[in-house]
Design a protein around this ligand. Structure first.
Ligand SMILES: Nc1nc2c(c(=O)[nH]1)N[C@H]1C(S)=C(S)[C@@H](COP(=O)(O)OP(=O)(O)OC[C@H]3O[C@@H](n4cnc5c(N)ncnc54)[C@H](O)[C@@H]3O)O[C@H]1N2
Ligand code: MOO
Ligand SMILES: [Mg+2]
Length: 396
């Protein structure tokens, strides 16, 4: 019996794990997931901030007809507030300085004429110009981001501005990616004619690295004793195991049996989808286990369709679903959810199916930027119709 994709996804998403929280230095926080809200420690900006280099005056003096203002001093950014004591005078002010108490507007140097120790002002000056008022962006104690937010560049700016030298983030799971198969040799090796280099583990590792997860990589032979010993250790040391290969119906696809013997409870095996049908998912109390089918496009599909959403769920990240429209009519007659490898036209944002020779064709992924999820209930799909799109290289 094949499990339906949506059912399989629900089963995967209902597995709760607690990986905890930790404090990291701000410089290492990029890409991590906030575990505590980002709160402002002061209003932003924290004082009435001058936004143009020029002079500050009390507008009432200008409004009464005065056009010549003697200079009472210069106020640089970073100096304590300087009060304008003579309301008929002016203070030179630099961008970033505190607006001098006693002044109400700022005039740019470009709009002024200097004459000795005075500035001559033109007609048409307005009050309250070139000032970024205290608290006008955000108030003190305001929540700028909630737990579960991914820390990007803008968040780093605000975290720094609000004094977060250390940032409370969700701990990332310890992940191991394991290639299985006697035909696989290392990347640096020269394969014999009947061998291939293991490539999937590096691909899967990269996908996880886009979320800051540094997975370890391993290779195990199609040998029950070796698998049993090694997986026992891997289970003890990791929160998530991701296998590539060894889950289908072959005489040497030992993983489901070995995992079951080690007490990994099966959650599902085989999903009504293409590619990636033979996927096996299970867990112990402590460790989630994904047995992704070995064909390169199948491994990637399993990772993006199940492992990514599972990680998002357990890191408290809001679910995201992006839709993209087909650029052309398309048909697929099987009773399977199709994860079609597609490439997006940058001009129209519509997607074009990428031809491949099946899920073993790793080179097809080079011509694509994601998967379009076409529902099992349908066999024809029209140009312009939108379907869920799962991007490559962005697992969270
Ligand atoms: N009788 C059946 N045979 C197969 C079925 C089926 O339903 N009935 N399903 C097919 C499908 S679909 C897939 S996908 C594969 C999945 O097989 P496994 O998960 O058991 O994977 P393996 O047999 O170990 O390998 C499959 C294929 O992938 C290559 N591979 C494996 N690991 C790597 C790696 N790390 N890097 C690069 N390539 C890798 C491996 O050499 C094989 O060519 O089963 C079908 N068979
Ligand atoms: O589903 Mo397999 O994953 O077609 O190649
Ligand atoms: Mg196999």
């Amino acid at each position: 019996m094949l499990t339906d994709y949506h059912n399989a996804k629900d089963i995967t998403l209902s597995q709760d794990f607690c990986w905890g929280e930790e404090d990291v230095r701000l410089a290492a926080a990029g890409g991590r997931i906030l575990a505590a809200p980002l709160l402002t420690d002061r209003p932003q900006p924290p004082y009435d901030r001058v936004t143009m280099d020029g002079i500050a005056i009390h507008y009432a003096a200008y409004a009464s007809g005065k056009r010549s203002f003697p200079v009472a001093g210069i106020v640089a950014a970073g100096t304590k507030p300087v009060t304008l004591t003579d309301p008929g005078g002016c203070l030179e002010v630099m961008t970033g300085a505190v607006l001098p108490p006693g002044t109400t507007t700022v005039i740019r140097y470009e709009d002024l004429v200097r004459k000795g120790s005075e500035f001559l002002l033109p007609e048409g000056i307005e009050d309250s110009k070139n000032i970024h008022w205290r608290g006008s962006d955000v108030e003190e104690g305001q929540e700028l981001l909630s737990p579960g937010a991914r820390i990007g560049g803008a968040a780093i700016n605000l975290l720094a501005g609000c004094g977060y030298a250390d940032v409370r983030v969700k701990k990332l799971p310890r992940v191991a990616i394991i290639a299985t198969g006697d035909e696989l040799v290392g990347v640096a090796e020269k394969p014999l004619p009947h061998q291939i280099r293991m490539s999937n583990v590096f691909h899967l590792r990269h996908q996880l690295a886009t979320a800051g997860i540094e997975a370890s990589t391993h290779h195990l032979a199609d040998d029950k004793a070796e698998l049993t010993t090694a997986i026992t250790t891997l289970l003890a040391r990791n929160d998530v195991l991701i296998f590539s290969g060894g889950v289908s119906k072959g005489k040497y696809d030992f993983l489901p049996e070995v995992l079951a013997n080690l007490g990994v409870r099966k959650l599902l095996h085989r999903v009504a989808q293409r590619p990636g049908k033979p996927i096996w998912v299970g867990r112990t109390d402590e460790t989630m286990v994904f047995g992704l089918p070995g064909n390169p496009v199948s491994s990637l599909t399993g990772l993006l369709a199940y492992v990514g959403p599972f990680l998002r769920q357990n890191l408290g990240i809001a679910t995201r679903e992006e839709l993209r429209s087909l650029a052309m009519d398309f048909s697929f007659g099987k009773d399977l959810t199709l994860f079609q490898v597609v490439s997006t036209d940058p001009a129209t944002q519509c997607v074009q199916p990428v031809a491949n020779a099946g899920s073993g064709d790793a080179s097809s992924m080079l011509r694509a930027d994601g998967l379009l999820v076409l529902p099992r209930e349908r066999s024809t799909f029209k140009a312009g119709e939108a379907f869920p799109f799962i991007p490559f290289d962005k697992i969270l």
